[in-house]
Design a protein around this ligand. Sequence first.
Ligand SMILES: Cc1cc2nc3c(=O)[nH]c(=O)nc-3n(C[C@H](O)[C@H](O)[C@H](O)COP(=O)(O)O)c2cc1C
Length: 324
Amino acid sequence: MKTRITELLDIKHPIIQGGMHYVGFAELAAAVSNAGGLGIITALTQKTPDDLRREIERCKGMTDQPFGVNLTFLPTVSAPDYPGYVDAIVEGGVKIVETAGRNPQAYLPGLKDAGVKIIHKCTSVRHALKAEKIGCDAASVDGFECGGHPGEDDIPNMILLPRAAEELTIPFVASGGMADARSLVASLALGADGINMGTRFIATQEAPVHENVKQAILAANELDTRLVMRPLRNTERVLYNPAVERLMEKEASLGKNITFEDIIDDVAGVYPKVMMDGDVDAGVWSCGMVAGLIHDIPTCKALIDRIMSEATVIIRNRLEGLLK
Ligand SMILES: Cc1cc2nc3c(=O)[nH]c(=O)nc-3n(C[C@H](O)[C@H](O)[C@H](O)COP(=O)(O)O)c2cc1C
């Protein structure tokens, strides 16, 4: 399948693995890229730019295919060493960066001068248009369904994707709620050039996370996520667990007066405990509604091959068949 995204990124299949904190290590990125998609290492999971340098080298040792690095701009007071991470990306010869969080404009010149293509992940048409205007090469349009941060507009992909198609000139992928060939074909029909998956890629053989995390996603259905941190305008879709219940009670009782300090224990330092130690109730962690569509733990290659072959069947048999 050839789309504007496979052409832009020089990949075989229009499937991207979104950056994920404490999931997007070299093992997963390389497995996705070796399977013909675009794997992505998550920069901020690496404590320092030098750690990211080493992770990029590790990934190069596992694949000769293109892979990317996710650079998430966090709403924190003490910002990570973003210029250092950008240097590590450029010096490591990485040619694709997924930016997310805030406007990446300040870092675009350094990246673009080095020939890096930028995919900006955003949750609204206006932010996607801004990304286009400042020179991003593609957008990853993240609907309300998505695991992680869906923004504050609450527009599901059935509306968001065709709206993006109406407005954008640059290629874009559909993100949030993507799991299988049906997701891919539907996204293409709605005007996207491919898909970006997060939660689906956690439940794969190569995702270097504890087995408990994969089993928790398998056990969950589409009703099992919640939105937290909405009062702080930092909404996150997470898998429901006792820690989420406690956090939601705190949010309800403190109301509009809640501050980040009130909830820091519930949300800070959680990912290593969940993803590495397998303590899935240690705190709140991102998960998409798409958990309801995840029923197995395939290799990345088996997953991507299945999506591509079933997409062909849907297009050729089901859709073409409707016209007869
Ligand atoms: C566990 C987890 C951690 C994530 N961490 C990040 C992150 O650090 N930076 C980022 O830009 N997106 C992050 N995301 C969002 C994903 O890259 C992707 O946009 C999202 O998962 C798409 O929705 P889906 O889960 O329905 O596929 C994370 C998602 C999950 C599930």
